[in-house]
Design a protein around this ligand. Structure first.
Ligand SMILES: [Zn+2]
Ligand SMILES: [Zn+2]
Length: 261
């Protein structure tokens, strides 16, 4: 039993075979998928994600404005996101939100204020958050400390590729850390050291598909069934059976997102 805690399967990459992709996940033992809706909040991207979650009882939904799209976020976007969350109980998290100073698709000051605003909105709704952070470790931790410390919910640093120092800060703040297929890549020794360090009670696994397919599927389109390879890699690092790693991360997922049964 495995949970893919972060996937993007509502997008056009899966339009021709979404049904088969979901079936293959179930056949591989991936019982639950958290599908994350991203894109311009004024487009129909969030509705599309919510729709997919409503149609499948093994798919939960998260929606939020990605740092890439921060320039599109405003009061209307916040209102719309809140409405969708209130009307749909299968939306279990606000995200992905955060800072991406690698691509800088939105200006940094805009990313920062939009990150702060979405943290506030998520705490108002008492929802956990999904954090995307790249080349902005200090700013991410500072913002969480100043704007999210009073929230009753925590969240996850998804597709973790940061330093050991960032992992320690995130863990100290009570956040989960989720590893994707990157942890299986040949040159990812530093990241594997982080995965070995993260306590199993704060560990999650994900695909972040359609990107970042794990070894041995590297280079292909990624899909939720492949999360088993992430589990295999981390189970070996932690010296536990893959089934046990699957069960632990599935229980963690339920604890963080407390999805309705
Ligand atoms: Zn991300
Ligand atoms: Zn993502």
């Amino acid at each position: 039993m495995f949970v893919d805690s972060h996937a993007h399967i509502d997008g056009s990459e899966f339009d021709h075979d979404r049904k088969e992709v979901i079936e293959r996940a179930l056949a591989a033992g991936v019982t639950t998928i958290l599908n994350v809706g991203t894109g311009d909040p004024h487009s129909d991207a969030f509705e599309r994600a919510v729709d997919l979650g409503q149609k499948h009882n093994n798919i939960y939904t998260a929606i939020g404005t990605h740092p890439h799209d921060a320039r599109h976020y405003n009061a209307d976007a916040e209102h719309k996101t809140k409405q969708l969350i209130k009307e749909n109980s299968r939306v279990v998290a606000w995200g992905e939100i955060g800072l991406d100073f690698h691509y800088d698709n939105s200006p940094r000051n805009v990313q920062l204020s939009v990150f702060e605003n979405q943290l506030r909105a998520a705490s108002e709704l008492q929802l956990p958050v999904i954090i995307h952070t790249r080349e902005a470790e200090t700013e991410t931790i500072q913002t969480l400390k100043s704007k999210f410390s009073s929230s009753t919910k925590r969240g996850v640093f998804h597709c973790f590729s940061g330093s050991m120092a960032l992992a320690k800060e995130a863990l100290d703040l009570g956040f989960f850390i989720s590893f994707s297929g990157i942890v299986t890549f040949k040159k990812a020794d530093d990241l594997r050291a982080v995965a070995e360090y993260v306590p199993t009670k704060q560990l999650l696994i994900e695909t972040d598909c359609p990107f970042l397919a794990p070894v041995p599927h590297r280079g292909k389109r990624n899909e939720p069934a492949f999360v088993v390879e992430v589990a295999r890699c981390i189970a070996a690092l932690k010296n536990v059976a893959i089934e046990e790693l699957g069960q632990i991360t599935a229980a963690n997922f339920a604890r963080l997102f407390t999805p309705p049964v």
